[in-house]
Ligand binder design. Structure first.
Ligand code: PLP
Ligand code: ZN
Length: 419
């Protein structure tokens, strides 16, 4: 028997159907699994209190995974929550936390989706899975299908960075490059369901509400790791919106269970070169519009022209009293450097966008210096190291055993560190 039903994430209306699109006819909100928390509150409280042991599957009883007997897992989740005491003063707040999702098996929080998705598809004997993506979701699905022993087909646009494609092939997935945008690759993978019998695993609530639910474990972990004293703000990079929406859902569950006494204010962080959520926030729209033109940003992982789960994202901003903010590539790259040089986390540009936006909101006086802020570092920058070189001065090159030249280089560095 199912322990959950699908309800509208915005108005709460229950749904019996389990077919696409997973959208509420009344208000346009995205549908999501809802467990009857009140019916078994003490058990669910124990599940959340007992988390942060082996990872996402600690929360199995709160995940829509009936029928799964053998999870496909790589010990994803249970990622560190860091107190960023060096970076905090630069951002401008007394308390800055970083949720380090870069340490997931394939390098991003999308593994929390992939573990649920591949576990469900494996149990259903699905012949193959497929994905159109900017690269990170593709790697999550490629990694978990490798573990599951299932064929995986990945369609990447030309703009997806080479390193993401190499990683996909490392996991043994079948890579196809297709012209145009991420969204075109996503719809091709969807069209392939009828042609090839594979399952398209786009990482949004709109098409895959069950695996998207895996993301709410980020919220549960933050709760447990902070002894259920939630920060004032949670800043999340937003592409399609699922990550932010689901961390909010995790908080909502904890509030309903009486584990926490407030829901943080959520900030949707985007890059200026593709910021449909920010645009909707500024114009007061209920549903973000498609971003006109071609996205221009180093934060390719969040450069979705369509905020797929956008009605729910706007609702999360409204209900939590949050906002949306954008950062330029320059600000994002500076944040990427700062996160590495002050807190020793190598985060990819999309993740660094959260810190860049938090910093701007402090400067604007929206976030107060006395507020506590948590930024989600969603993905690993070890695959984007060439970006670390941008804006850096040239590495000194000296002749063999040229002590004078080495002295000059050392002094040069010492002088730099003085300013
Ligand atoms: C996919 C992705 C995001 C955005 O996630 P959505 O759920 O689509 O909003 C943020 N950061 C990284 C590194 C990602 O790969
Ligand atoms: Zn609704």
């Amino acid at each position: 028997m199912k322990k959950y039903r699908l309800v509208c994430s915005v108005c709460g209306k229950p749904f019996e159907r389990d077919t696409e699109p997973y959208v509420c006819e009344s208000c346009g909100g995205l549908l999501e699994p809802e467990f009857d928390l009140a019916a078994n509150a003490s058990h669910y409280r124990e599940v959340i209190r007992g988390g942060c042991v082996s990872g996402v599957w600690d929360y199995r009883d709160l995940l829509p995974v009936e029928g799964v007997e053998a999870p496909v897992t790589l010990s994803e989740g249970n990622t560190p929550l860091l107190t960023a005491s060096n970076l905090g003063p630069i951002v401008g707040v007394e308390q800055l936390f970083l949720k380090n999702e870069t340490l997931n098996p394939s390098g991003t929080y999308k593994d929390r989706f992939a573990t649920v998705a591949l576990s469900i598809e494996k149990a259903r004997n699905t012949p193959a899975v497929a994905l159109g993506s900017a690269g990170n979701a593709a790697n999550a699905m490629a990694a978990y299908s490798a573990k599951a022993g299932m064929p995986c087909f990945v369609i990447l646009p030309p703009g997806a960075v080479a390193e993401r494609g190499w990683q996909v092939r490392g996991y043994g997935a079948n890579l196809i490059r297709m012209e145009h945008t991420i969204d075109d690759c996503i719809s091709m993978a969807k069209q392939g369901e009828a042609l090839f019998g594979w399952k398209s695993l786009t990482t949004n609530m709109l098409t895959n509400p069950l695996p998207s639910d895996g993301y709410k474990t980020v919220g549960y972990e933050i709760g447990k790791q902070l002894n259920f004293q939630m920060p004032d703000w949670i800043v999340v990079p937003v592409g399609g919106g699922a990550l932010m929406n689901k961390i909010y859902k995790g908080c909502k569950d904890m509030l309903e269970l009486g584990l926490i006494d407030k829901i943080p204010r959520f900030v949707g962080a985007q890059a200026s070169g593709c910021a449909p959520l920010v645009d909707a926030y500024q114009k007061g729209l209920k549903n973000p519009e498609i971003w006109p033109g071609v996205p221009q940003t180093v934060a390719f992982a969040i450069a979705d022209v369509c905020v797929y789960d956008g009605i729910t994202s706007m609702d999360v901003l409204t209900k939590s009293g949050g906002c949306a903010e954008e950062a330029t590539d320059e600000e994002i790259l500076e944040a990427m450097h700062l996160i590495a040089s002050k807190e020793a986390v190598v985060a990819e540009p999309a993740s660094a966008c959260s810190v860049a936006c938090a910093r701007k909101l402090v400067a604007k006086g929206v976030i107060q210096p006395t507020d506590s802020v948590l930024c989600v570092l969603s993905g690993n920058g070890m695959r984007d190291l060439k970006l670390m070189e941008q804006g850096q001065k040239e590495v000194p090159f000296v002749k063999y055993r040229d002590v004078e030249a080495v002295k000059a280089a050392v002094n040069d560095y010492l002088n730099d560190s003085k300013d």
